[in-house]
Design a protein around this ligand. Structure first.
Ligand code: GAR
Length: 192
């Protein structure tokens, strides 16, 4: 059985899509959700789906370093094959990224290297991009960099408003993120 831990900070639609995709799998299990945000809606989703969760509330730590050190300790207590960032809005420090080299993946709502960082969908929309899309990539020390595993392009219909574009981006994310996870876990010896 391959084990996944998911880190998320917000709404959690990707978290839910991944959990549902693997809900009947005998090969893959979501062992835990970790969130840095005690108010995140993803917590309600975890409760509803019956997934174990842990809140490591960023605001209760004195410093970023204390938070990251604690997160690292908690991760080391877990036995997992893949760490999946699904709307985790903090930057993992270099020592965590290096410790789990090639075991952490992220999804980003743009065609990286375009529009890294925040509000990527909105910025692409405001710039009237003809195409935008999603990127799934390994996590490296720099934000929104790392070897790209999959990109999916989306043609932006001129009649779409921002909300519609966001909806179409999320649909792509929910369709491809679980599949990529499944492929990574089944194809790679390093995960066995
Ligand atoms: C997703 O669109 C994801 O690509 C993005 O946050 C959203 C989370 O949505 N991630 C980033 O921007 C990372 N840089 P969700 O909470 O509904 O899954």
């Amino acid at each position: 059985m391959k084990k996944i831990v998911i880190l998320a900070s917000g709404n959690g639609t990707n978290f839910e899509a991944i959990c549902k995709y693997f809900s009947k799998s005998s090969k893959t299990s979501i062992i835990k959700l970790i969130t840095d945000n005690k108010k995140a809606y993803v917590i309600e989703r975890a409760k509803g789906l019956g997934i174990d969760y842990e809140i490591i509330d960023y605001s209760s730590f004195k410093s970023k370093k204390e938070y990251n050190d604690y997160l690292f300790d908690r991760l080391k207590d877990l036995d997992f094959d893949l760490m999946v960032l699904a709307g985790y809005m903090r930057i993992l420090p270099g020592y965590i990224v290096r410790y789990y080299a090639d075991k952490i993946i992220n999804i980003h709502p743009s065609l990286l290297p375009k529009y890294p960082g925040l509000r990527s969908i909105e910025r692409a929309y405001n710039n009237k991009e003809e195409y935008t899309g999603i990127t799934i990539h390994y996590v490296e020390e720099e934000v929104d960099t790392g070897k790209i595993i999959l990109q999916k392009k989306l043609k932006v219909d001129k009649n779409w408003d921002l909300e519609k574009l966001e909806e179409e981006i999320h649909k792509l994310e929910h369709q491809y993120y679980p599949q990529v996870i499944e492929n990574l876990l089944s194809n790679s010896d390093e995960y066995s």
